[in-house]
Design a binder for this molecule. Structure first.
Ligand code: BTN
Length: 338
């Protein structure tokens, strides 16, 4: 796949224009697109191939032109900047990974957001499937003077901030699987990836990456590479209204993102002021693993026990043979035992 950093600004604008045109889900002829962009039809064909190369599934029909069946409105970065006026916004149509972008050029209180990631990453070296304009992929830069030992609960706090935002938008029954999965009825809806840099003296630079499945459907090719049960907000809506897939309503990613960022910033402020302890009660309400038999896997070793919530630092409390052990997130995977 072409390195997205090699795409010129001009090319990206042209690709975004085509996607905006096709966002209505209707057919648009090659000549209409050519006219709209003020380029030749042959060049339109090249741009279409480029979009297909990034996994955008376009149908073409000789008399009618091109149609983006899984179409979605692109985010409006200007409107985002206006609505989140106290936050720096950097928008990419396509990028490698928003976490990576923020890492390369860290700025506190900066939100990097994209429509598509070529190298979206999850925890433990996994990849994060990021189909074009289907979901939310973003990273927020947070600078803190808190010592690293007090940041254990941060991904839990970020997860709770996302759940609070989604509840505000009418989504209920959401849970968190320690340390970073947002879930609905045992299916993954989103995840948090925290990366740290900086030093103890100058304060820590924290990158809070979050991915949330919003309008992704199982028909999407990239979604088929996800190796676990997943769901998306539009599927939740569908369940609610018992509609057919074809008649499902898509969710507005733009307003969701705004609510999530506001909630995240509130939660971070509270975390910096009061520490994780202040979130313990809220965690209990969303803790999916509570009192379940689980296995914690790390490298080649594993621990099996009953999950008994978290301690005041956000470490998982695992009961093994009537004794409680605190387990730290790090490179750990939690599995349920049946
Ligand atoms: C996980 O559940 O393993 C964490 C997934 C985090 C995915 C998001 S998408 C935006 C940000 N950029 C990345 O490359 N990853 C995070």
């Amino acid at each position: 796949m072409t390195d997205p950093n090699q795409l010129t600004e001009h090319k990206l604008v042209q690709l975004a224009k085509i996607l905006n045109l096709l966002a209505d889900g209707d057919y648009h002829s090659g000549s209409k697109i050519a006219q709209y962009l003020d380029v030749s039809r042959a060049y339109v064909w090249k741009l279409i191939k480029e979009l297909e190369h990034y996994g955008i599934e376009l149908s073409s029909s000789s008399g009618k032109g091109y149609c983006w069946q899984a179409s979605s409105q692109l985010l409006d970065s200007q409107q985002l900047s206006a609505t989140l006026a106290d936050t720096g916004i950097t928008y990419f149509l396509i990028t490698d990974s928003t976490n990576q972008q923020l890492k390369q050029n860290f700025l506190p209180n900066q939100l990097i957001v994209t429509e598509y990631q070529t190298e979206g990453r999850g925890r433990r070296g996994r990849s994060w499937q990021s189909p074009m304009a289907a979901n939310i992929y973003a990273s927020y830069g947070w600078k803190t003077e808190l010592p690293i030992q007090q940041l254990g609960g941060l991904s839990l706090v970020a997860g709770m901030a996302m759940i609070a935002a989604l509840q505000q938008e009418g989504f209920t029954g959401l849970q968190l699987k320690w340390p970073n999965d947002i879930r609905y009825q045992g299916k993954k809806l989103g995840g948090i990836l925290i990366e740290l840099s900086g030093d103890a003296i100058g304060g820590l630079e924290v990158i809070i990456g979050f991915g949330l499945n919003v309008n992704m459907q199982s028909s999407n090719e990239l979604s088929q590479a996800i190796e676990q049960d997943w769901t998306s907000l539009c599927q939740l809506n569908q369940q609610k209204t018992e509609q057919q897939e074809s008649s499902q309503q898509s969710c507005d990613r733009q307003s969701l993102l705004v609510v999530i960022v506001k909630s995240l910033k509130n939660y971070l402020e509270r975390f910096a002021e009061k520490g994780f302890e202040d979130f313990l009660q809220e965690w209990r309400k969303v803790d999916e693993s509570l009192n379940r038999k689980i296995q914690l896997l790390q490298n080649n070793s594993s621990l099996t026990g009953i999950a008994r919530g978290v301690d005041a630092s956000g470490a998982l409390l695992l009961e093994i043979n009537n004794e409680m052990t605190s387990c730290y997130a790090g490179e750990v995977t939690l599995r349920y035992e049946t």
